[in-house]
Design a protein around this ligand. Sequence first.
Ligand code: GLA
Ligand code: GLA
Length: 680
Amino acid sequence: MTSILSRANDLAQPTEFRRISDGFAFGGDYSPEQWPEEVWVEDIALMRRAGVNSVNLGVFSWGLIEVSDGEFDFGWLDRIMDLLHEGGVGVNLATPTAAPPIWLHQAHPEILPVDDRGIRMAQGGRLGWSPSSATFRTYAMRIVEKLAERYGEHPALRLWHVSNELGNENNHCFSDETGQAWQRWLMKKFGTIDALNEAWGTAFWGHHYTSFGQLQPPRHSGTGHNPGLLLDFERFSSDALLDHYRAEREVLRRITPDIPITTNFMVQNHPGVADYRAWAAEVDLVANDHYTIGIDPERHGELAFSADRVRGMAGGDPWLLIEHSTSAVNWQPRNRAKSVGELARNSLAHIARGAEGALFFQWRQSTAGSEQFHSAVVPHGGADTKVYREAEALGATLTAIAEVAGSRVEKASVAMFFDYDAAMALRAGRKPTVDVTAIDAALDFHRALTARGIAVDVLHPSDDLDGYAAIVVPTLLLMTAKDAARLAAWVTAGGHAVVTYFSGIVNEHNRVHGTYPGVLRELLGIRVEEFFPLLGGERVALDNGWAGSIWTELAHLDGAEPVASYASGELFGVPAVTRNAVGSGSASYVATHLDPESIGSLVDDLIDRAQLAPVAGADRGLEVTRRVGPDGTWLFAINHSSSPLHLEASGLDLVTGTRFEPGAVVPAGAVVVLREDARS
Ligand code: GLA
Ligand code: GLA
């Protein structure tokens, strides 16, 4: 984070985040270009009624602003900017580079990305450009400059929204032009070709390079590419997109030095399409798009994990939920509509975990285009609908809890490691099974902790570990010797670590460290000689009643004590869960993918051992988080279940305006936001 947000941990120091709105930001993507101007008048009236104060404007409007090469028509955008300002709605103005105009694709088809078989993408989608295309860069910089010059002083302008979901459709390109950029990137990283050969281990299949000019992007080759090359190509691809962001940012910063700049990340149920932790250092405020996955019955758990990941990237600072949905999306095979109350629970769960607003994609549901069946604040059916009424009610709630804005989420006592590099290493090259992901174990542990009221901070392995009582290291395939040594020092000093299977195995070049579990071997006090991945659906019983699936390992104790051993299958009697006493702390290892109940009892044990306290006493399953500001603390309690759940806390519920006494219930499906009575 650079300019406007303070990185200080000092809670008394308010951030300047509120620059984009008073209180919480509320609104969404607004595409007035899809509607006749009469509809704009109704839009602004409905925005005022719902309490909207913030819209993302112009996201895909390039072709309507630059109508042909160098010919600009800003009339409609001038008019809507003015109308929004008169209506009291702030604008996060998007640079429209996510959707190049048709005339640009016609004139320069070579800007389109090329896939790994050499097929160039066609016009008609979005993000139809290669991040390494010099021609695209030139055109993009011109429209960005025009926009900044025209609207830089406009009173509605609050934030620059650079492009849209950079990398969503264009995170990899395999063109010759990209190949040249890739060679330059490698030259800068390795310096000499020998260093590259050594790092990647190119003796394998005799793939020895004698110059950087011989390197190509990992195009379809019939067999798998070198895992080190693949991982570096992921890093290069993330950097190429980031470089595009930076180029736009520099234009905007030169013309409008006082307007904050961001771009929307996509942190949700996958590792992400770019290394957002690195990107977070380049934006003035971290902004995220999040969509729940309808088939996941516990999608609120995934939402909580994603929101904690975003807060971690922001270094604990507030962040902006710049897109989520009011109801169904249109891009899942089956697009589930949200249940009554789910809209508010989702939005407020993000806010409970540090979001400074709730913006939706989108304001008014399109009648045309590929997203015509995606939900919006104003559906096809208009304002007399469940969705608009719930959005309007959310607007009122955000006004009622406005005093919370600017506060920070209380620091957790448990940390969990998540690293994009490690997640990408797991995907880069063939691994012992396709069933292990970088998300699953992390999410299951996060869910178990959350269900017990235990807050979690998601950290990078190189972050400061001070002040945490427990750290979960879920399937972190790539780990450097340095980060492993820091973890070991933290355990020795009294920390309690839980590491899950297939961690610590490869180095930063995706090469195997040696005897498993590599750099974690000594800390864990075990030696693993062979992996025994399970076949689809296969389960294994443990002798303490727990059960696992997906993965097992032939492990030997080398200082650690057994906690549980396999009671079935090929590895009968082999330790499956171990614990090593190290200094005044402990390092536990879980060699299989435990089922949720088993993780729950392991977490219960961790709570006892590390003496972890819940955010507040509550019935199992109530989602509780606390935000802390200079003048008070606020407790969020979200009931995702269909039964009332008790909460041990007292204060004024800002949502209903009534007192909440200890032991009272949060009704099924409801959210309370307590201004807490002073805590002793
Ligand atoms: C084939 C090839 C070997 C090796 C093995 C792996 O047999 O000839 O080089 O790739 O497959 O199973
Ligand atoms: C993304 C994009 C939006 C829209 C939504 C649909 O978040 O940024 O433009 O396509 O998905 O869910």
